[in-house]
Design a binder for this molecule. Structure first.
Ligand SMILES: [Zn+2]
Ligand SMILES: [Zn+2]
Length: 422
């Protein structure tokens, strides 16, 4: 018997996380997410027979980790595990995904419902046995409800960081993997080649820029992801007593769900205050008066692909007193990326006149953070890099060698890794 890793996605790419740990012909699937191509069509992970799965683990709610999971629930229904918050937020994300991309998807609401009804809630520190596997969950600091996962077979253990962050943010404290033991470490590498500027400086620059724009009577648009970045930005604005702040798009319902499950938040009181003091927009009349009156608008979607953030951008872009602050990763081919690269949000469209800035509020560890993770896990004999662009991974590989004396594997999607100890 040999334990194997099957890389079904996230090989030399950011996103589309999908990895199977296989032992004795049975598997545990770690995430089953999607990516998007340059035309914004979903790209699925490689397929795997669901009847061979003993379990599916959803590490967190971002679509690049859960978007394809309902596909595994059309004929059979393997056991599934996530935190309760991830389970609640998954309904929101998957229903929205069906609404926007349903035409391209091989599943419908039935499969989403079957998946969600099979999820068993776990929390940091809990341990479950399924078949010959033992699965344990740890705090990984990425977003509220996210986990790192350790899978043990009779031959050894594998720790999968998923998207991980080591610094404290307003929403969650940094990862806690100190002393966790695993022979194989599967680690993300999104920002493996550089450090982020300090969070303190980024926050200061953000708040200063917001204040400047407001003092000139302008409107600030902050396009955000619905889960994580949206609430982080709300909390920062609240702490700095910025007013008025308007909140729109799916970030509203995600915030309500988080507040109903506030034990997943580091300090729920800031977000609760933000919810009380900030204005949740719900109709077009309010939206119109929001961008006309001036203030800060926090709205999904984060890459300006859809949602009210696109509407607000159209309304405010041609006035130099206004500002657009991008605070999230902008995927290739998205209007947000085009905005950064060309100053326009549609091909052949107008150059925007509003002040435009990109600010690095990442919820992924930078290079030093990832090295910290490498050093905190005990007994590592093998390192596998996933969820990163190849050039970044090659640079990070040098750090792995320097710090652990191990040449990491950088698998391509489709690759199978044999974990037999030589
Ligand atoms: Zn991810
Ligand atoms: Zn993520």
């Amino acid at each position: 018997m040999v334990t194997k890793l099957k890389i079904l996605g996230s090989g030399k790419e950011v996103g589309r996380a999908a990895i199977v740990v296989e032992y004795n012909g049975r598997g545990v699937m770690l995430d089953y997410g999607v990516n998007f191509d340059e035309n914004d069509n979903p790209v699925m992970p490689l397929s795997y027979p669901p009847n061979r799965l003993d379990a599916l683990v959803l590490s967190h709610v971002h679509l690049d980790h859960i978007g394809a999971a309902p596909l595994l629930y059309s004929s059979v229904a393997p056991r599934a595990f996530s935190t309760r918050l991830t389970r609640y937020l998954s309904r929101l994300m998957l229903e929205d995904f069906l609404k926007l991309s349903g035409y391209y998807l091989d599943f419908e609401i039935n499969e989403v419902n079957t998946l969600l009804s099979h999820i068993e809630d776990i929390s940091h520190g809990s341990k479950v046995r399924v078949g010959e596997f033992e699965i344990e969950f740890f705090h990984n600091g990425h977003i509220p409800g996210s986990v790192a996962t350790k899978v043990s077979t009779p031959e050894g253990s594998i720790l999968y960081t998923s998207d991980i962050n080591t610094i404290d943010t307003k929403l969650v404290t940094g990862a806690r993997l100190d002393g966790v033991e695993a022979e194989t470490l599967i680690i993300e590498s999104t920002y493996g080649n550089a450090d982020h500027p300090s969070r303190e400086n980024v926050e200061k620059r953000f708040i200063d820029s917001v204040k400047e724009t407001l003092s000139m009577g302008g409107t600030v648009l902050v396009p955000v992801f619905s889960v994580g970045r949206g609430q982080e930005v709300m909390a920062i604005l609240e702490e700095n007593e910025i007013s008025p702040v308007y909140v729109d798009g799916m970030v509203r319902s995600a915030t309500e769900i988080m507040l109903e499950n506030s034990e997943f938040l580091r300090d729920p009181s800031i977000l609760r205050r933000a919810r009380e003091n900030q204005i949740f927009l719900s109709n077009w009349q309010d939206r119109r008066s929001a961008w006309k009156k001036g203030g800060v608008i926090v709205s999904s979607s984060g890459m300006l692909k859809g949602g009210p953030s696109r509407y607000f951008l159209r309304k405010i872009h041609d006035n130099p007193r206004n500002a657009v602050f991008l605070v999230s990763y902008q995927g290739r081919g998205t209007p947000g990326r085009m905005l950064i690269e060309k100053g326009m949000f549609e091909e052949g469209g107008p150059q925007i006149k509003a002040r435009l800035e990109w600010m690095d509020f990442s919820s992924h560890a930078g290079r030093s953070g990832l090295v910290e993770v490498l050093k905190s896990v005990r007994g590592v004999e093998r390192v596998v890099l996933v969820h990163g662009e190849e050039s970044v991974q090659k640079e990070f590989a040098e750090m792995v060698k320097e710090n652990l004396g191990i040449e990491p594997l950088i698998p391509t999607t489709g690759e199978v890794i044999d974990l037999k100890v030589p």
